[in-house]
Design a protein around this ligand. Structure first.
Ligand code: AMP
Ligand code: MG
Length: 270
């Protein structure tokens, strides 16, 4: 299913058979939990066992949108990650299904997430019942994950297009006490099949993706961070299709507004 972040591999949240199948298709380790997608804030309150003031504030501010909240639950893991996606097809699907949907990124574990229906790899597409084509994802990188178990402050578990500064407008942000499992933080993740090298350029304004093959091919990248993020995975998929020996990424500026992009770039080189 399409979402505004990346395409998701969707199944009924309450179905253990569907959950098992998702792990199998993604080759995802079973200790890496799935995000539960809901169609409303009320549905989220039914998924979590406790609703906190921080969850209240952040969902009011950012839902539907690319923000995932982690809250306590009665399940064996003890926490659940929940998100209400801002995509008309995802929201309509949730409405028709009438119950929460788990939807991790529709990629094989550690690979690039698809941000266009045509970028869903054959390993995945051969094993699913259908692909809903909702067009290119507008955000293009995975959601910001926030630990909302405390009422008075939150911790960011994964960076995304909603930045620390955005969140601090509503609630203080503290460092994670790391007792919550976020295996999405593998050092090498979000990576193309082909080795990636980050290249510093004297004028970061001129950054792009380059492959050095017999015929040099360059994809110029947007200068604005959110436009860059929206384009990144699709550009890398395009590069992968040309099967070069290496992909060079000319690095963007090292400023806070590029934090989510930098997180993904660093994981690509592991
Ligand atoms: P993806 O679905 O590919 O965007 O990745 C899902 C991310 O959400 C992974 O990094 C998971 O570890 C994280 N996640 C899912 N459920 C939880 C949870 N209960 N507590 C902490 N992180 C979670
Ligand atoms: Mg993923």
């Amino acid at each position: 299913m399409p979402t505004e972040t990346v395409y998701g591999l969707a199944g009924l949240a309450r179905s253990s058979a569907a959950n098992r199948r998702i792990y199998e298709v993604k080759s995802r380790p079973s200790n890496n939990p799935l995000i539960v997608h809901v169609g409303s804030i009320d549905d989220a309150k039914n998924v979590a066992s406790t609703w906190t003031d921080s969850a209240d504030k952040l969902t009011a501010a950012f839902w539907p949108g690319p923000l995932t909240i982690v809250l306590p639950t009665d399940s064996e893991l003890g926490t659940v990650a929940i998100r209400m996606p801002a995509h008309p097809v995802a929201l309509r699907l949730l409405e028709l299904v009438g119950e929460p949907i788990v939807a991790p990124s529709a990629n094989v574990f550690t690979r690039l997430s698809p941000t266009r229906a045509e970028d869903v790899s054959s390993e995945i597409s051969q094993k699913v019942f259908a692909i809903l084509d909702g067009g290119p994802c507008e955000v293009g990188i995975e959601s910001t994950i926030v630990d909302c178990r405390r009422s008075d402050a939150v911790a960011i578990l994964r960076s995304g297009s909603i930045s620390r500064a955005d969140i601090e407008q509503f609630i203080p942000v503290v460092d994670s006490d790391a007792d919550v499992r976020v295996p999405g933080q593998y050092k090498r993740h979000y990576a193309p099949k082909i080795p990636v090298r980050l290249v510093e350029v004297p004028t970061p304004e001129a950054h792009g993706l380059t492959i050095l093959s017999a015929t040099i091919k360059q994809i110029p990248m947007p200068r604005e961070p959110s436009a860059y993020a929206a384009r990144l995975y699709a550009a890398l998929h395009q590069m992968e299709e040309m099967n070069p020996a290496e992909i060079e990424i000319e690095t963007p500026p090292r400023t806070l507004e590029w934090a989510a992009v930098w997180d993904r770039l660093n994981r690509m080189v592991g």
